[in-house]
Design a protein around this ligand. Structure first.
Ligand SMILES: N=CN[C@@H](CCC(=O)O)C(=O)O
Ligand SMILES: [Zn+2]
Length: 421
């Protein structure tokens, strides 16, 4: 065994492992009792000293008085786009609903127009800035969707930009094709579905086969007035046949039986679920389909909150995402966890499990990410505070609390402005 390691973090007040038996996800009670080592060195300090007396490390962090956590996982974002929608925020504050804005040609359509017109280089610059911002808030693995092209050329441009970011930035990325994010102007649902099945997916398959593109998941916005259940099913099934994980938007504004459909298709995850039914919850628990809950959406759009407690009680694998997009401009998983606790009544332990191991499960990555366990990536956060709960409790306080962000044992972000107030 090699004696040379990248990083030693020693003397931490708390090391939050999340789990320690190779669990792929946590449910119900498991989310209440996270695995935590007090006074540790990613393993109790004395044990490590005895086990590795000769080891040498490129870098040693003395974490006295600090907490170590796995890097956060953001299971749902739309970070590639041009043209912000601050004007629509004002409309919504004045009473317009999400669908009012969408039907009036704004919302996703506004972003599609600007994203189609943007150069790939411009999209990469703004994406990189957003991903770096996420990193500074503790996210080390993030799902990134296409979906502001709605035609082959722009969807590919977005996926290529995501791939470029994957190769140039340290943050881990799970990439999602979301060509069915809206029905493009001038097309019917049937025409849009046909274009995806006959034009976009076959080209995507070729790009994936030649290694020109890596795509991990397929997504559809299954919603009244967007993609109905039948078209959603055919698109998701076609994606699954190409080897993509199913991970889609469902039951957000209307009960669509998306949860039941996802369970039937063995989807890895379904996002939103503000309008999920009891039958949908039971089907997801049974199929081990993760529920990716997005507290920022319900907060900004003043929607009913997703029924996190009912899902947890039923044994659903509950995960969290920021839903970063021009409608919900939030990059911060600590803020997302805070909203999940206050608005969705989750405990802090449940929120942290949902933003680590379960979010990693929703992306098919929980054997490498989402907990501090042997043989995982070594993505972690070090907080300048003696109890990990401060990351959730101090609303918007993560800038002051996160001292280091580490990916694969390399320090990616170091913040000497931290203070434990
Ligand atoms: N609901 C659909 N998609 C996004 C919003 C995208 C947008 O408005 O640009 C969501 O997850 O909230
Ligand atoms: Zn979304």
């Amino acid at each position: 065994m090699s004696n040379h390691f990248r990083l030693l973090v020693k003397n931490a007040k708390q090391v939050v492992l999340i789990c320690s038996n190779g669990e792929k996800y946590l449910t119900s009670d498991g989310m209440q009792h996270l695995s935590i080592i007090e006074n540790g060195t990613v393993g109790p300090a004395n044990t490590i000293k005895i086990q590795y007396p000769e080891a040498c490390f490129d870098k040693v962090i003395d974490a006295t008085g600090m907490c170590v956590l796995p890097g956060l996982v953001d299971a749902h974002t739309h970070p590639v786009w041009a043209g912000d929608r601050v004007h629509e925020f004002a409309m919504k504050l004045a009473g317009a609903t999400y669908m009012d804005v969408h039907r009036a040609g704004g919302g996703i359509h506004f972003t599609v127009e600007h994203t189609r017109a943007a150069e790939a280089s411009e999209l990469l610059t703004s994406l990189s800035r957003r991903l770096k911002r996420m990193l500074r808030t503790g996210t080390t693995l993030v799902e990134c969707k296409s979906g502001y092209g709605l035609e082959l050329q722009t969807e590919l441009k977005m996926l290529e930009v995501i791939d470029m970011a994957r190769h140039t930035l340290p943050i881990n990325i799970s990439s999602t094709y979301c060509g069915a994010h809206a029905v493009p102007k001038g097309k019917t649902v049937a025409e849009a579905t046909e274009d995806i099945l006959q034009v976009q997916l076959p080209k995507l398959r070729k790009c994936m086969e030649t290694g020109a593109l890596r795509v991990d998941n397929i997504d559809v916005f299954c919603e009244k007035g967007v993609f109905d259940l039948t078209s959603t099913k055919s698109i998701l099934q076609a994606g699954k046949d190409m080897g993509l994980n199913i991970n889609f938007h469902g039951d957000e504004l209307h009960p669509m039986n998306s949860a039941q459909l996802g369970a039937e298709l063995e989807a890895l995850a379904i996002s939103h679920l503000e309008e999920v039914t009891d039958e949908g919850i039971a089907a997801m628990a049974n199929a081990k389909t993760a529920a990716v809950l997005l507290p920022t959406t319900a907060y900004i759009l003043r929607l009913p909150q997703p029924r996190a407690k009912d899902m947890l009680k039923a044994g659903v694998i509950v995960a969290l995402g920021s839903d970063f997009n021009p409608n919900a401009y939030c990059c911060s998983m600590p803020i997302v966890m805070h909203l999940a606790c206050v608005n969705m009544h989750m405990s802090m332990s449940e929120a942290l499990a949902a933003a680590t191991i379960n979010a990693a499960y929703a992306l098919g990555c929980s054997s490498t990410h989402g907990s501090l366990e042997i043989n995982k990536h070594g993505d972690l956060l070090i907080l300048n505070t003696s109890r990990w709960e401060h990351l959730i409790y101090q609303l918007g306080g993560h800038q002051e609390l996160i001292r280091y962000v580490v990916i694969k044992g390399n320090i990616i972000y170091e913040n000497d402005q931290t203070m434990d107030l």
